[in-house]
Design a binder for this molecule. Sequence first.
Ligand code: GAP
Length: 458
Amino acid sequence: MFNNSPQIFDKIISLCKRRGFIFASSEIYGGFAAIYDYGPYGVELANAVKREWWKSMVQYREDIVGLDSAIFMHPKVWEASGHVAGFSDPLAECKSCHERFRVDHLLEEAGISADEKMSEEEINKLFAENREKIKCPSCGKKDFTEARKFNLLVQSNLGNFAEDWTKNPVYLRGETCQGIYMNYKNVLDSVRVKIPFGIAQIGKAFRNEITARQFIFRTREFEQMEMQYFCSPEEEMQEYEKLRQVRWQWYLKLGLSQENLKWHQHENLVFYAKEAYDIEYNFPFGFSEIEGIHARGDYDLTQHSKFSKQDLSYTDARTNETYTPHIIEASSGVGRIMLAVLCDGYSEEGGRNVLKLKPQLAPYKVAVFPLLANKPELMAKAREVFEMLKSDFMTAWDDRGNIGKRYFSQDEIGTPYCLTIDFDTLQDNTVTIRDRDTMQQERVKVGELKDILIGKLS
Ligand code: GAP
């Protein structure tokens, strides 16, 4: 189903809350802007997305290893990386309603190519030239202040007990990859890896996003999945092309429809970057980035070597050459991928809502229903089946209401298979297995259930 409408988006957001996928943070206090919590089904979906990514990036790869670095790092990390000086968004305020907006987004929405990497001067020039075309999305007026750049790093007083701690803040990491650069040498010296090799990490990142919109698409606390691949200067672009293909195929395997995915090549590259592409998904609010794949040259390790005064060069045993490794990265957000998967899978058909998630992503793989909750012999047999399955599959139990309602309830959270234990089960030890998407039912032996499910879910 093609879910490109604001009405559908509202329905997906409402389903996420109603069915325990995503809640606004601290809701009883009115919520906390741009922060969300994952409920019982949301955490399963997020874990499944992370599991699939980890399998593809670490488990299946001999040349990539995992890492879990701390959220806090030495503040010099963020100076060396350029974030303290340059990690900022251009913002303007509507003089009429006083809402703030990202000017690069306002320009893009008016069909003018812009991005946050432009200098304050560049973006203000473009903004001034196109003032007539740009209306305030909130009140419709065309009267804005000039754009100013706001730094996105979130500051903290961790370990600093001075009253004026803001003079020497530490930062909650703005991207997880800096922890990878910090550990590049540790990994090299402690694990048997040789260039080319990668380090993968999943973890929280924090950004002071001013215009946080579109549900979990842009939040202030989010989880990134980043893989940094260290290679020789000569290998960089060849490895970059390979990585682009690997990442594109991963989204197809995750079940996203190809027509809802596209490449976006960056026009305004930062000075050190050789090439940068985003993979975009066609959300109900338009095509937007879910992953960035960047060829970063030797910028990162050169900067950290300069600021830390440590030698981060590498002597390549293949050529005897010594160089600072070049880096290509694949950087995606768990929340954005979850949102894409939910939008792609949401379907309304024949009076039911169905989340057509790939089985490996579904919060529950199978649900077990006793036909009647007031028949102890059916309940006992259903419990036996439930206990047998739960160690191998995330298994739901439901004995409320009628079977039809139970099916609809599981369809809405994406459970691919439902099993009903009825009076025939007591006679012949068979159950009905019902398929979420086709709604077809077949009768199978209890003793064969595990193998059947393994076959269907793999
Ligand atoms: N190390 C490179 C880097 O962080 P990025 O394009 O700023 O690049 C990478 O972020 C990915 O992280 C994005 O494609 C997106 O999926 C996710 N992401 C970034 N900012 C986000 C936010 N405010 N909320 C949710 N996800 C975000």
